[in-house]
Design a protein around this ligand. Sequence first.
Ligand code: GLN
Length: 489
Amino acid sequence: MPSPHPWSLTISEAHHLLANKQLSAVELVESVLQRIKQTDSKLNSFISVTEEYALQSAAKADSMISNSKQTMLTGIPFQAKDNICTNSIATTCASKMLENFIPNYDATAITKLKSTGAVLLGKGNLDEFAMGSSTENSVFFPTKNPHDLSAVPGGSSGGPAASVSAEQCLFAIGSDTGGSVRQPASFCGVVGLKPTYGRVSRYGLVAFASSLDQIGPLTKNVQDSAFVLEAISGKDPKDSTSNPEVVPSYYKYLDGDVKDLKVGVPKEYFVDGMDADVASTVRSAIKTMEDMGAEISEVSLPHTSHALAVYYIIAPAEASSNLSRYDGVKFGYSDANSTDVWDALEKTRQHGFGPEVKRRILLGTYALSSGYYDAYYLKAQQVRSLIRQDFVNAFAKVDILIAPSTPTVAFPLGDKLSDPVQMYLNDIFTIPANIAGIPAISIPAGLIKNMPIGIQIMGPHHSEKTVLKAAHAYEQATNHGFLKPSIQE
Ligand code: GLN
């Protein structure tokens, strides 16, 4: 059998070839760089490719391997979403506001990946400031879905999901505030994990909604997700909301066994009018888990129907505050044609932000303004507590929950651009996990009319071991592993 292209390897396959000196990190990186050149003019998943830097990092990884300092990720090439700060490499948030912003520090997740010897290839496209569900809100260009170039890859981590799907990198890291890792993972046929809030440091992740934001891995399979999660997790003195919980070797718990695991099926996730193919995909996943010996029962999360409304108060409110720093003075874009400081501030924000970001700032400012605060923001915080409590009650009875990741498969480019509410409805199944701060993973569950679809597994705070174990068992028991797209060289 001819040996596979290095770009087509999983992390563990590449790791073993590197360890046995059958492949060097430089060869691996050259192979993925070639793959990027051959495919990215069609996909547009990268905002920037740091070729020279990647080759230098690969050479360093090779010397780590020669000096017996190899870790799981040494020499493994990855893409980082372009809202994760990278020292000396532009971090644009796909916004005109930060088009020329070059951070002088790395996000903690990047520092940790670099210390393992992982190789940064470049920065991935996203909806501006991670606001969106299709990657069409990028100021640069939309990213395409590798399974159908006329469809969206999902968002906001559309670049990371498309690049893993098209095998332009062995893994990527994205951010998930309301589903932005899991929804594009579902649309592109890859594995996307949102860890427990605080599991991964947010230091250096450009803030969107700080009480919801979390960095997570996008990978070809569940085992790779476990490797990346272990590498990026842990307490960070630079993020006071990061959690001191010990970081286990998650992959050691992937034993394929779900016997006696209590799996809850939240009835509110199977609503009238839901896509019949999506519902039957999830039902057959539940059957698979049952056949493997899991105990299935129906549970109720009664406040689920309020989750979207709560999110679209809290996230814009936090965004309006976080984005107030872009004033044309401190950093980023500054409008040069102004008469005085107020005019400069107004013009900078008028021209620096795109329409969706402005919509969120307006929504958030309104919800926080005097006279409306109690009716909107305070009420949303109260309902947030009820949604969290729903999950606490459910997890008193079951170990994990299984649900759809997305209401449909990927939709055509342009389809929902003129109707923001239709776009927001895409996040209906992913948002509750962010509101409650719990871990949730989307894993491929097959194809609907030739397009990938994911199912979602959620667990209590810091139950990543169980969530990954159940996801891995499902992946092993089915043939729905990584779905190679049709995109050719
Ligand atoms: N699509 C959601 C939004 O636009 C979620 C975004 C995210 O998770 N970053 O807010």
